[in-house]
Design a protein around this ligand. Structure first.
Ligand code: SF4
Length: 361
């Protein structure tokens, strides 16, 4: 058992697991009366700070995580949550950097602070409950009933968040609502001329600085965007099997599972793979999806990001991809329809007519 902390405050870096799990973290820690201090939103300064501490060929998300730990220390927060999430299911593993996150941080940041570093390793039978019992233990909380209630509170906030994102509410709005105990669902699904699915880790996609606001940029181009937040766990698992693959990576549901779901359902006009330069797991998953997209004629673009990625080139590639999808769709609808669509509005109208008559592809 670790030494009990004298004050009930925890710093959470706004990076890596924050983007998937913060609603749960919020419900759990606040239920135990532990105050949360969040690092600031990612900025160029935070990225540059992280880059100073780790070797240059480390992937961007780990540099960003390191920068967020430094940001918390600079704010005077010296107790920081750095979990080691080894595996999320039997032999469903994270990459070595996420597995060894506490070791990386301990070895690169030579400052005086305490890490809350529980391990989740379902392959080795270290369960979700063990993980949270261990976390609570750092704060001297050992009462099973209190911990179980905190886990329930975590699930409540998390499930509210997921219910909202599934209904089509965006990541940031759903998060804000969930932690404020509000549930708002989107009732109308707006039809747009084009739709895409993005396969990418939450920590790349929903960090507006890292993703260079890709979702908003696409929406401004009149493109409907789907992400892993719109796909249920079961659908993602089934879709990986549906394209004949086997889940190995913990993050695979966000990448292969999401892309495969939209590919199999033929619900989108294209797939965007957004990944960090130098990421081993991503390169395997993206290659796999490229193969399946090629087989089925689904357009896919792979955008890689690092700390040097320039916004202008990124936008040019996005615009070119959107133009190509629109040309392809016009040609397809042209073949299926007597009337050639000239504008985006006509593309939507023809698309809607086909949905109503059940003939949409
Ligand atoms: S999965 Fe890839 S991007 Fe994410 S931490 Fe590991 S190496 Fe980096």
């Amino acid at each position: 058992m670790q030494r009990e902390l004298s004050h009930k405050k925890v710093g959470i870096p706004r990076a890596i697991s924050y983007y998937n799990n913060y609603p749960f973290y919020y419900g759990f820690f606040t239920s135990l009366g532990i105050e949360i201090v969040l690092s600031d939103k990612t900025t160029t300064k935070i990225i540059n700070e992280g880059c100073k501490y780790v070797v240059s060929d480390t992937c961007l998300p780990i540099k960003v995580f390191t920068g967020h730990v430094v940001n918390l220390l600079d704010k005077g927060c010296d107790v920081i949550f750095v979990p080691s999430i080894q595996s999320t299911g039997y032999k469903i593993n994270n990459c070595s950097k996420i597995r060894g996150l506490p070791e990386i941080i301990r070895n690169v940041i030579n400052r005086d602070f305490k890490m809350i570093e529980p391990t989740l390793d379902k392959t080795e039978n270290i369960t979700f409950k063990d993980f949270w019992k261990n976390t609570a233990g750092y704060f001297g909380i050992t009462d099973e009933k209190v911990i179980n209630n905190a886990i329930k509170s975590g699930w409540k906030v998390y499930n509210d968040f997921i219910a909202m994102t599934k209904s089509g509410i965006g990541y940031h709005e759903a998060l804000e609502n969930a932690i404020n105990g509000k549930i708002v669902k989107k009732s109308v699904d707006i039809v747009k001329p084009l739709s895409v699915a993005i396969m990418g880790h939450g920590y790349n996609l929903f960090d507006d600085r890292i993703s260079m606001n890709i979702i908003k940029k696409l929406e401004k181009m009149d493109v409907k965007v789907y992400t892993s937040l719109n796909v249920s766990h079961k659908d993602a698992v089934d879709s990986i099997a549906g394209i004949g693959e086997i889940q190995y990576w913990a993050n695979e549901l966000e990448l292969t599972g999401t892309a495969a779901y939209y590919l199999l359902n033929n619900k989108v006009d294209g797939i965007i793979a957004l990944s960090a330069f130098g990421c081993g797991p991503d390169s395997l998953m993206v290659d796999e999806m490229m193969y399946h997209c090629k087989e089925t004629g689904m357009p896919l673009i792979h955008l890689t990001i690092d700390e040097h990625t320039g916004e202008a080139g990124f936008v040019t590639r996005l615009e070119a991809f959107v133009d190509m999808m629109m040309r392809k769709k016009r040609n397809l609808l042209n073949k299926q329809s007597a009337k050639t669509p000239k504008t985006a509005a006509e593309v939507v109208k023809i698309r809607n007519d086909k949905v109503l008559t059940g003939s949409a592809k």
